[in-house]
Structures are given as structure tokens and as C-alpha cells.
Design a protein around this ligand. Sequence first.
Ligand code: SAM
Length: 292
Amino acid sequence: MNNIDRLHSPKVMKDILSKYGFRFSKGLGQNFLIDGNILDKICDGINLGKEDEVIEIGPGIGTLTQALAERSKKVVAIEIDKKLIPILGDTLSSYDNVEIVNSDVLKLDLNELIEEKFENKKVKLAANLPYYITTPIIMKLLEDKVNLESIIVMVQKEVAERMQASPGTKAYGALSIAVQYYCNPEIVTIVPKNVFIPKPNVDSAVIRLDVYDKPKVKVKDEKLFFNVVKGAFSHRRKTLLNSLSASGIGVSKDQIKDMLDNLGIKENIRGEKLSIEDMGRLSDMIYELNNK
Ligand code: SAM
């Protein structure tokens, strides 16, 4: 295959899929991109340059991989489906800066992979994966503090909105805080259904996550912080006070009332109004109380 035969052309894609008798797997979330503009937006979105090194998860037939390879120094692409490996060998044959790893990303230690393939340098990560595993994978990358500069990922549109949401908006919740604790999220573009073959049921968005060197707020106990966040949003129609005291976090209603009072926060506030900084301060107060 010639690298001028752009895979995002539906005809080129259909020809290559029929050459290999490839059948899409719904379970593996195989919806392949057929829009060159979106590929450009993804590469521009992470400000990809010739010095950058990239991990791609879920290359499919290599559509985005080609774009990444042309604009960066090196790409290591991880694909679970062994039926795609010969296709990728074909579509990426003219790129000498691409390596394919046939593996399930959920079973890989990405820090080890970065050590082995990138000499432990900070890399950028691009992914377009089945949506039901995308959020858990992003959270695992962030929680494991994988050595990443930024992540650019295709997610369901509503999930992107929740990741980027600010306090007081409808989309703001535990996911917003969990993501914003580790990185700065920014929606790059909304992606309509018709730029994929086959067409998915939902609209998508490309979101960039710029990973902080240190979490956005410094808390005394990270595990407790995330439990407080979970507790604060566990009963969306209840006030923060009722939601937290019902969440089994081990503090009484009166104690939470005192803490909110100390923080200058009204006791009838709902969790969705609280900033990540306030949530951090509240969690530290609970920590102090539990460790007196
Ligand atoms: N990047 C290509 C594109 O945009 O056209 C394909 C994206 S498609 C939505 C998702 C890809 O992720 C498929 O190629 C699928 O086989 C692969 N995949 C699914 N689960 C995976 C996993 N656990 N580890 C690695 N790759 C996976």
C-alpha cells in the first residue's frame, strides 16, 4: 500500500477491508474514522511536532496512525485485534517510525512500555477506543501517574462535557473532579456520527487532557479525598450535608455542618456547586478529625 492512499477515504478503506475479508467487531468498538479534518484536529489538538513521541491505543487499520507518524518522531501503537495486525503491516509499510504492539492495553503496564520503548521520556498518548473502556482506561493512566505529557482521546460527547464541566453546571460531578484533579481538560472538537464506518449510535468529542506534574490540589489523603467526592455526588438531589452524612464516610451531620461553617460554605449547598479546592479542604478537615 502506498502512503498516498489515504485510509480515511471511504473507498480506500473499503478496498483494504475487503482485500483482507475483515469483519468489524462491535465488542471491540470498531468504528473507523473516515474524515481527514478530524485527523488534523487530533494532531493539532496535541500540538504534535517532529520531536514528539506518541503512544496510540487502538489504531484500527492505521488511519490516525498514519497522521501521527507523519507529524511526530515515533509512534508505538497498541492494537488488541490480531486480525488487524497484517492490515497494519500493509497500511503502515512506508513508515519506519511506527511500531505495532499486538496486545490488550488493559493488560499492559504502560510505565514499563515507556521505559522500554521511549527510554522513560514523557510521551503524548492518543486513543480512540470502545467507549465503555475509555473512561476506566483514562482514570487508570492518571491514577497510575503514567509518564504522560498529554492525552488526546475520542469519547462520547456527554462524557467529554462531564470531564470539562465547571462547578454549578449540570454536567459537573465526580468525573469532572477526578479528571481535573490530575489534568486540565479541553474539548478540541465535537465529532458527528457520520465520520465513522460503521456509523456509531452516539455523537463523540475529541478531548485533550494536559497532565499536571502534580495534582491540582494538595490533599492529606488522596483515597479519602476521592471518597468524599464520591460521597458528595452519591445522592444528586440531596444537599452536600445529607449526601455526605449518608455516604458512610464516618462523620456525623453536625460535624459536617461545623466544617462547612468553617469553610464559609452554606449548609444547604449541593455537591455540584463545590469547587475541587473546597472539596480538598473539606476532605482535609475530615482527615484531621479522623486522625485526632
Ligand atoms: N483509531 C482507529 C480509527 O480512528 O479509525 C480505530 C478506532 S476503533 C474506535 C477502536 C480500536 O481499538 C479498534 O481497532 C479495536 O480493535 C481497538 N481496541 C479495542 N479494545 C482494545 C484494547 N483493550 N486494547 C487495545 N486495542 C483495543
